[in-house]
Design a protein around this ligand. Sequence first.
Ligand SMILES: Nc1ncnc2c1ncn2[C@@H]1O[C@H](COP(=O)(O)OP(=O)(O)OP(=O)(O)O)[C@@H](O)[C@H]1O
Ligand SMILES: [Mg+2]
Length: 668
Amino acid sequence: MLSKLNAPQREAAKYLDGPLLVLAGAGSGKTRVITHKIVYLIEQCGYSPREIAAITFTNKAAREMQERVAQLMEGKSTKGLTIATFHSLGLQMLRAEAALLGYKPQFSILDSADSFKILSDVLATTDKQLLRKTQWQISSWKNAFMSPDQAKASADDELKVAAAKVYQLYQQTLKAYQAVDFDDLIKLPVELFEQHPQALEKWQRKLKYLLIDEYQDTNSCQYRLVKLLTGIEGRFTAVGDDDQAIYGWRGADVENLRQLTEDFSRLKVIKLEQNYRSTVRILRAANQVIANNPKLFDKKLWSDLGTGEQLQVSAARDEDHEAESVVMKLMAHKFEHRTRHADYAILYRGNHQARIIEQQLRNNKIPYTISGGQSFFDKAEIKDIVSYLRLIANEDDDPAFIRAATTPKKGIGNTTLERLGTYASAHHLSLFAAAFEGEFQRELGNKQLDDLLTFCQYIQRLQERAVRDPAGEVLDDLLNGIQYEAFLYDSEESRSAETKWNNLQEFIGWLKKKSEPESEGGDDGRNLLELTQMVSLMSMLEGRENGEPDAVKLSTLHAAKGLEYGHVFLIGCEEGILPHRESIDTDRVEEERRLMYVGITRAQKSLHISWCRKRKRAGETEACEPSRFIAELPADDVRHFGSPSADPVASKEHGRERMAQIRAMLGK
Ligand SMILES: Nc1ncnc2c1ncn2[C@@H]1O[C@H](COP(=O)(O)OP(=O)(O)OP(=O)(O)O)[C@@H](O)[C@H]1O
Ligand SMILES: [Mg+2]
């Protein structure tokens, strides 16, 4: 079974004498070691799948790993095996132990928009910049495992002092709502285990072995959780690459890699040096770019997949031209090499860069999927329905109460809600509970009270059904009950209403599938309450998988981590974009260079890098400089295209002609 690994990989898979760190560059088979080791533990070492947890960075990566393991297991059951993100593992533990922390198991999980709203209430401001800063600051404190008191003690400027006060109020509000935010999904389990040794022991007994992918991007809180769970024996394998640490802005700290060597004196380090992904030229380019960063660990990386084609670097006139020529090149390449759409990825620094490429792909009828953009779960129509689910699961969830009570409109107006809010906070009640208080009810007119109670009683009926009836039935009845389809068609143009309704159908279909027993990976069936928490976890990083099997992949560099594609187009390689302007200003170019390294090393066979001479920014056209990373590429491995044309009009015409020729060739 381990014969498909090279010698150091096999050593890593078999090593069980203590904590293990596999430290190696991109494409060297780190993730492969994890999947094989899981199977090795189950098949050769007598571990039950229940005793193993593998932690990945995104839900998508978790799904991929699940599939790999299933293939390697050749149909044998992996029921109970945990392959999840830190956040969903945290959720699993919190749900089981909620009572110890004063939460009910159906607590709500707030997303970033919800917590933004709460902060705005707490701070009594709509100043977005201030709110964003405060939100970021609180999140950093949580990721560093600092309590509001510790934050207060450490605050060394005015903004931090103010933010620390807000942090405290914010936590109190969350607790009152029986809600947690994303950061709490890691921080609370750590608190739990530090305060309740018996709970820790239970989980240590349950999870006998931990495997962690992309270790370089863990933050202090996650590291603490790993240390707690794996105990002094350190029953874990962590794999990572310091050169791919790209989440510093979210509190991840490469120092955690070094810290491992200090905290676990018995830590065994295995290095992998052979890259199985990319051609020699691509790898040389990656190595040479990253060599401009200071080295944390010494690593080597080589490939015997042949020299390969030269990398292409093209200068485009502007972003329209770039999008047009990238798509044109992609089509020509595909035609010439008889490849599939799925062999191509177009990668970029920021989500906003996708729109113009999408347009070009649509014009040319090229199927694509997009990840790292607005999550499917962030769409208004989905959040509307989810607010009902959240309220059904947890009636203390005030943000969900407000959204559900007002969407679709059901006669509950702002005056009612304001009165309700005032009464609820004066009496330390949730909005839902306050609605049933006689004293409050006397404040309202008959019609107001009627509308409010109709809504609350409706939610109560659904609460009863949620624990009893199949999730699918309850969902269908909910949609009918609130007449959501009619609401969409009343408030939107019919085309957009139709899109939204279809999205919702897709969402409900997905939920129903998830609620069936044995739906995937040997899950037990979930009831509506558990599904609600799962939905809330589908984070910003996740894109929409539209199930199109053969499609060009559009992705941010961040979301492309760990993945590989035959042919990669890396667009917008300009100063100010990659490296990002803010990073240049705040002296964080090294992280941007690692992002470039991640981008280059996604490519297996060919890499095309492009930049624009001009670009529109806030309505103004600006001249742009090529990214400094382009100059860092090895000259012999690169061909440059796109000297500035003497006659831009003629060259645009020429571009159109070629495009037409290619379309004709492809019969489109
Ligand atoms: N021993 C091997 N034999 C054949 N193929 C291998 C071997 N090791 C790894 N590969 C292949 O090389 C590619 C890269 O492997 P993998 O994704 O595990 O690398 P990684 O180190 O996790 O990369 P990244 O740093 O980008 O996450 C995969 O297609 C994998 O199947
Ligand atoms: Mg990997």
